[in-house]
Design a binder for this molecule. Structure first.
Ligand SMILES: Nc1ncnc2c1ncn2[C@@H]1O[C@H](COP(=O)(O)OP(=O)(O)OP(=O)(O)O)[C@@H](O)[C@H]1O
Length: 697
């Protein structure tokens, strides 16, 4: 077993890494805002220009909501639909509900001509509440409610840094490897559980029993399609039956909402903390903001609200100055009481709640101050920064933890991994002698990055005995599953009966049998150098700035033409474009593919591998892009990225790439290329194939 982690050193390292990361993020946004004009941002879908404030109201939680529509004076041919009534369709943009945005004054007149200098004024921050064809609604105020994410993570790491030995609970000691978790018997089949969901499979039941028996920490390892969330729902229900109080978290709002939605069907009374504009509409009824207005306890708060409204109306009727002043004084008192009662109501609601759900960051908010939970459960834990996980753990003095995730898919996205600052920091680390400490600090742990998650670290510290893996997968055809299972999951994955032999031709609508639709796995091998890659500066923020990067990227136009050929063959056979996704690791290739396909097949989904994690489709085409004489594969070399790419499809996976370049990238890639050669339906395309198609279609 590896050495226990020195806590001050861990905290010092995390603090340094978090600072580097924050600086990298700031630098990227700064660069974008200072070097890019508003109109360029708008072209990239990152801004909407020429908006007017059309209305303003008070929304949920007393937050100000502004509605923005296109200024009729600025309507251009490409935007408005000319309905005449003043409202016009907004131009194409990539702004979505839940995005954090700034509403700022647009440079006018002479300033507009000089707009190359970019948007210096950041404006008012808010969260997008609604997006319509003609209007956007923004809920003003800070996105995450209270406090910046970075500040909260830093506070927690500082707390760890200064932790005294009396504060070191057995739980924290286990999390750093200073003690081992209380052993759980390896055979749990005798543990008696009355299952609420009878359809659970054996590995899911085993994982739940394991988590129920564990005292400090349990990991539930859920490879692609194995029903990780499904398992967590049963675990939550079982823990509630045992009378435990639970805090359920995830790194993103969507990961939390996903659980709220599924728990709701079991009528579990629960509270979802978080900014209402960032929650799915289906979970709003469980949100603290709404419950504060609708629950029984809220009635007494509402009574005062009515009184305030009535008093306010009476001011308008009063001419007498003295009377007015009296009413103002009364109003002030009423408002104070309103705030106190609302606070009491909120506290009461949270205190009486057996399950509270929030993002990891949200769990550090003031609503949960001094709250005690028996177990903290974190879904998608391998997508969360470790410092994020410490927010609920330290703030709520947790003593028992369940993490669900898959450390063999992509970790959280880190911007600073290759930044200048991070390189400088590494150099500085190198200069210091091993074990050298600054006064009052821990030493910096070499080789630690923010990509190392709590899930990874715990596995490394305590070994596989602290986890249980789910092994039946409900997504992929057996042939698609084989390689990732053998390479990454010890060959343990089993395809569920219902999915293991499913083909495109078995879809509930008619798909003709062709040489493509009858194959679960197709490989177009472009080896030979006729399909070369190209290096280009990545376009900014294609599609809503997701995966926005200013670095250089790779594309491969001929390979993109092959993608188009394959897609058109599938569609010709009857497959709906909505059932097809194309994924590629390179944003520049995404742009090329988008131009080639989006207009002809609007329903098709195009995405980066990183952006497609967590998703699935009936048919997936993977464009590998790299093809060069030097056999360079760049970040294709990352196993976890390839794992995500190859485990998205249900019935059909088509890989397009140059086995000669890709196969020399790493032993893993070599084995994958060999596997495809042995098990996929192989095609060796000629450049003329795609040229013919281009002329013909
Ligand atoms: N025991 C089961 N029997 C039948 N279907 C199941 C079972 N467990 C999970 N599934 C199905 O498998 C699919 C994936 O489950 P779920 O959405 O819970 O997984 P996830 O953990 O959220 O996703 P992933 O496994 O991709 O991370 C769902 O369609 C779910 O209905």
């Amino acid at each position: 077993m590896p050495e226990p982690t020195d806590i001050p050193s861990f905290a010092t390292t995390q603090l340094a890494l978090l600072t580097t990361e924050l600086n990298a993020e700031l630098a990227e946004t700064q660069l974008l805002l200072s070097s890019t004009s508003p109109s360029t941002l708008a072209r990239a879908g990152l801004a909407i220009l020429n908006l007017n404030l059309s209305s303003q109201r008070t929304g949920l939680g007393g937050k100000t909501v502004v509605e923005l529509t296109l200024d009729p004076a600025f309507v251009t041919k490409s935007s408005g639909s000319g309905k005449g009534s003043g409202s016009q369709d907004l131009p194409e943009h990539g702004i979505r509900v839940g995005d954090i945005v700034a509403v700022s004054e647009q440079p006018a007149g002479a300033a507009k001509k000089n707009e190359k200098t970019g948007l210096k004024e950041r404006g008012v921050e808010g969260v997008v509440g609604k997006v319509g064809t003609e209007r956007v609604e923004v809920v003003l105020g800070k996105g995450s409610g209270d406090g910046k994410e970075e500040e909260r993570m830093n506070q927690n790491m500082n707390k760890l840094l200064k932790m005294t030995s009396s504060e070191m609970t057995p739980f924290i000691s286990t999390l750093f490897g200073h003690s081992s978790p209380t052993p759980v018997p390896s055979d749990l089949s005798t543990v008696n559980v009355e299952w609420i969901d009878p359809s659970l499979n054996d590995s899911q039941k085993d994982a739940i029993r394991f988590a129920l028996e564990s005292r400090e920490v349990a990991l539930i390892h859920g490879p692609p399609g194995t029903g990780k969330t499904h398992t967590l729902i049963e675990l939550i229900l079982q823990m509630l039956k045992q009378g435990l109080r639970l805090l359920v978290c995830g790194p993103s709002n969507i990961s939390v909402d996903n659980i709220v939605e599924r728990l709701a069907s079991y009528k579990v009374p629960m509270i979802r903390l978080g900014h209402p504009a960032r929650l799915l509409p289906s979970v709003l009824n469980h949100s603290l903001d709404v419950l504060t207005r609708t629950s029984d306890a809220a009635e007494i708060v509402q009574d005062i609200r009515k009184e305030i409204d009535a008093k306010q109306a009476s001011i308008r009727k009063t001419r007498n100055g003295r009377e007015k002043r009296t009413i103002y004084n009364e109003l002030r008192e009423l408002r104070k009481e309103f705030r106190e009662r609302e606070k009491g109501c909120v506290e009461g609601l949270v205190r009486s709640s057996k399950v509270v759900l929030a993002t990891l960051h949200g769990a550090g908010g003031f609503h949960l101050r001094n709250q005690k939970f028996d177990v903290v459960i974190v879904d998608e834990a391998s997508q969360a920064l470790e410092a994020q996980c410490w927010v609920p753990l330290l703030w709520l003095k947790a003593s028992r933890l369940v993490l669900a995730g898959d450390h063999l898919q992509l970790p959280p996205t880190i911007k600073s991994l290759n930044s200048k600052e991070s390189k400088a920091r590494k150099k500085e680390e190198k200069g210091k002698k091993d074990g050298e400490k600054e006064e009052g600090e821990g030493k910096v742990i070499k080789g630690m990055t923010l990509e190392t998650t709590l899930f990874d670290r715990l596995l490394e510290l305590h070994g596989p005995s602290i986890k249980r893996m789910l092994t039946t997968q409900y997504r992929m055809h057996e042939t698609i599953m084989r390689f990732p299972s053998d390479e990454l999951y010890e060959g343990k994955l089993v395809a569920a009966e219902a999915v293991k032999a499913r083909l495109l031709t078995d879809l509930p609508y008619e798909v003709k049998e062709t040489e493509d639709t009858k194959e679960p796995l197709v490989f177009w091998d472009t080896q030979g150098g006729d399909f070369p890659e190209k290096t280009e500066d990545e376009e900014i923020g294609k599609k809503a700035g997701k995966g926005m990067s200013l670095g250089e990227s790779k594309s491969n136009e001929l390979e993109a033409a092959l993608v188009k050929l394959h897609v058109s063959n599938l569609v010709e056979a009857g497959l709906k474009p909505e059932d097809i996704a194309i994924v590629t690791p390179y944003n520049a290739q995404l742009a090329v593919l988008s131009q080639l396909l989006k207009e002809r097949y609007p329903g098709i989904e195009l995405g980066s591998v990183d952006g497609f994690q967590g998703r699935e489709k009936e048919a997936v085409v993977v464009s590998l892009v790299r093809s060069n004489a030097e056999h360079e594969v760049g970040f294709l070399g990352e196993k976890r990225r390839l794992n995500v790419a190859m485990t998205r499809p249900k019935r059909h996976l088509c890989v397009i790439g140059d086995s000669d370049t890709v196969g020399r990238g790493s032993p893993f890639l070599k084995r994958w290329m060999q596997f495809l050669e042995d098990h996929a339906d192989l095609r060796y395309p000629n450049v003329s194939d795609v040229y013919v198609d281009e002329r013909g279609g």
